[in-house]
Design a protein around this ligand. Structure first.
Ligand SMILES: *Cc1c(COP(=O)(O)O)cnc(C)c1O
Length: 707
């Protein structure tokens, strides 16, 4: 019989476990402490567990049965008889989609993501896997990972680097046709660097990662991709060349002839130039034809309505880096620089990868309907002859990968009421109408269990922090398990207004310390290591929380990552989102909270403009935009206080004889019923497949010769 250790090892080899709570629970139950210390990384658990303990646990029939079942499920999953992709995927089944992104958030143990963009990309891979859409992710391996956020005694964010070991992850070196380890060259000023090609299985799809630690590179170049978004402009353009140029070459080296290139945000835009260059060099195409053809197979998704959020490389820096590409394309460097300028002739204007991608893609999209409108306005300058509404940027609204974010207890409830295979029908509104049959008391009880768990988690984090800082833990543990609990977690940047609720502290005091209708507030969020204004907001919020009026009711949880996020989304009663409209392109955290039974309290921005129907959550204000920022903030905060005081809080505390808030639960059901089928990754992937991937795959006829 196969030793249990081998079987467990097999389970760790595909990141499929990241969205299967039952599989994760096997590793947790082997040694819970170790599991948490190991960042909930199963492979690390298996490698570090005491042999004697493993043997004892292996003698436990329950662990063996669960492991065997999980292996069977994994095998069934990897060998499906049918999938959406097999039925509807057409040409993609012969030639897949290549999906480029600078970050991928699949699980907290693989720290190659920083925030929303990466997590969306991770959810995109998982959604493609579930639907069986042939797709390959392409990204960079940041071997120093991201940082852990720790606040010091003055509440200033410290960015602590926590190295991780590749050996603890199911990452393997990709092999070429003769079994040789693959690497690809990328030309940079004065030298060629090499990137090792690594791969990691994510269910039925693969993620290709480039690693600059090739011994042929100088020490400095080996560190080129050490950190996500680290370094200066020079490092950024070099990382982007690595991703776009190196990524396209890696696919080719692997023999993958993608029919569609989906560039998720502008960081990978150089892939366009590399592919066109390859056609010029290998097939003798005219440069303009090669570019036109490349564009036909390119899909571009833009994510930011904030102008400063788009990379701008000074002309000289771009010229220094794009020389080899211009040569390869047989075009003057000035022409190539012009591809990245709104007005190609304007030599003073910097090179923008977003502009390059907009010019050379067959379809470009924003990530929510309102973001589409804003993007058309923002880029109207590129199509001055067209009306703003005719600017060729559409939208596909983001969605989240439900199994990754759903609490096991809610999954259980859905299984009972929707059937064991409910996740296969996630995009069907009729399935979700079954939610109306759930007994309100049962739904309420599950939510209480999840909330209690969240509060335990938060108190644990508070104590951990106190220990680290050498200060006594709070005398009374913060947060009241029976109080309305509202969560707010996101990047701390001014436009998201993490401090909107703190504009009138007396009013906040009256609100959250109400004698019969109290509120808990849980905040989390981080700023980019170089973003001092963001860190100032964190500091200010934490200083306010220290006040005796607030410290038992408001907590700031450190180190917002996928694990902290999961706990928050699953446990809160309501989720707060108060960006300055229209600057939140989409926002996805609210979707994750909603499917776990939280009500969304949000400005009408991003996805909420499409999602809100008047009764499935709450809207702050009516979607007004004021030219004066102070006035906008003032009015929005007024609207937020009023909404909480007059609507949200009374509804939560209006109970029947059994202590159940029927009106609240009614809204909760409506929220789950009307939102879950739309704002999930399956729906997003089907939209991309139908509107982008399939049309592109049909028209792209470029064939790659078999090597
Ligand atoms: C979902 C998620 C985000 C993105 O949420 P937004 O609503 O877009 O801000 C960021 N970080 C983590 C850890 C997440 O889970």
């Amino acid at each position: 019989m196969e030793p249990i250790q081998n079987k467990l090892m097999k389970l760790t080899q595909n990141l499929w476990w990241t969205w299967n709570p039952e599989v994760r629970a096997i590793f947790r139950d082997l040694d819970t402490d170790l599991y948490n210390r190991a960042h909930r990384n199963p492979l690390r658990v298996i490698k570090s567990i005491e042999q004697a303990l493993l043997e004892t646990r292996a003698a436990d029939a329950d662990i063996v049965i669960r492991t065997d079942r999980a292996l069977r499920q994994l095998s069934d999953y990897l060998n499906p008889t049918t999938t959406w992709g097999l039925v509807h995927g057409g040409a993609l089944n012969a030639r897949p989609v290549a999906y480029f992104c600078a970050e991928f958030g699949i699980h907290e143990c693989l720290p190659i993501y920083s925030g929303g963009l990466g997590i969306l990309a991770g959810d995109h891979l998982k959604g493609a896997s579930n639907l069986g859409i042939p797709l390959i992710g392409v990204g960079l391996l940041y071997h120093q990972g991201y940082t852990t956020q720790e606040l010091d005694r003055t509440h200033w964010q410290q960015d602590v680097r926590e190295p991780y070991e590749l050996e603890d992850l199911p990452i393997t070196v990709a092999k070429g046709f003769n079994g040789e380890p693959l690497s690809v060259p990328v030309e940079l000023p004065g030298r060629t660097i090499y990137a090792k090609v690594l791969e990691v299985p994510v269910g039925r799809v693969r993620l290709i990662l480039l690693d600059t630690r090739d011994p042929r590179n100088s020490a400095e170049d080996q560190g080129l991709a050490a950190r996500l978004y680290g370094g200066d402009q020079r490092m950024r353009i070099q990382q982007e060349l690595l991703l776009g140029v190196g990524g396209s070459r890696a696919l080719r080296a692997l023999g993958i002839n993608a029919s569609v290139y989906h560039l998720n945000e502008g960081h990978s835009a150089f892939a366009i130039l590399e592919r066109a260059m390859w056609r010029v060099q290998n097939d003798g195409l005219e440069p303009r034809n090669a570019l036109r053809e490349t564009a036909q197979a390119t899909i571009f998704t833009t994510h930011t309505p904030v102008d400063a959020g788009h990379d701008r490389f000074p002309s000289a820096l771009a010229a220094e880096h794009l020389g080899p590409i211009a040569n390869g394309l047989k075009l003057p460097i000035e022409d190539v620089l012009g591809f990245g300028r709104v007005n190609p002739k304007d030599q003073d204007s910097p090179f923008m990868p977003t502009v390059l991608a907009l010019k050379f893609s067959r379809r470009a999209n924003g990530v929510a309907a309102l973001h589409g409108v804003v993007s058309r306005r923002m880029w109207h300058c590129m199509w001055p002859d067209k009306a703003e509404t005719e600017v060729p940027i559409g939208h596909i609204t983001n969605g989240v990968h439900v199994p990754t974010w759903l609490a096991a207890e809610i999954d259980q409830l859905y299984r009972t009421y929707f059937g064991p295979k409910w996740a296969d029908s996630i995009v069907r509104p009729d399935m979700w109408t079954e939610i109306e049959h759930i007994d309100p008391a049962e739904l309420w009880e599950v939510k209480q269990v999840l909330k209690a768990r969240l509060i335990r988690f938060v108190r644990g984090k508070v104590n951990e922090k106190a220990t680290r800082l050498g200060i006594p833990p709070p005398e009374t543990p913060p947060l009241d398990p029976d109080a309305l609990t509202i969560g707010f977690a996101r990047r701390f940047v001014p436009y998201k207004r993490p401090d909107l609720l703190f504009r009138d502290l007396d009013r906040l005091d009256r609100l959250i310390n109400h004698p019969t209708m109290p509120i808990n507030l849980i905040f989390a969020g981080r700023s980019h290591p170089a973003d001092n204004p963001g860190k100032e907001i964190i500091k200010r919020v934490c200083q306010i929380i220290e006040d005796h009026r607030f410290k038992n009711r408001i907590v700031f949880v450190e180190n917002y990552n996928m694990n902290v996020g999961r706990n928050l989304y699953q446990g809160v009663d309501a989720w707060l989102n108060n960006p300055r409209r229209p600057l939140e392109a989409c926002g996805t955290s609210g979707m994750k909270a909603v499917m776990n039974g939280a009500l969304h309290i949000s400005i009408l921005d991003g996805w909420w403009v499409e999602g809100y129907d008047g009764q499935n959550g709450f809207a702050i204000g009516n979607g007004e935009i004021h030219a004066n920022q102070d006035i906008q903030d003032q009015r929005d905060s007024e609207a937020l206080y009023k909404l909480l005081e007059e609507v949200v809080v009374p509804m939560y505390y209006q109970r029947n004889a059994q202590g159940i808030p029927l009106a609240w639960i009614q809204r909760m059901k409506r929220s789950i019923r009307t939102l879950s089928w739309r704002f999930n990754a399956d729906r997003m992937l089907i939209d991309y497949a139908r509107n982008c991937y399939l049309p592109a795959s049909c028209s792209n006829t470029a064939q790659m010769p078999t090597p």
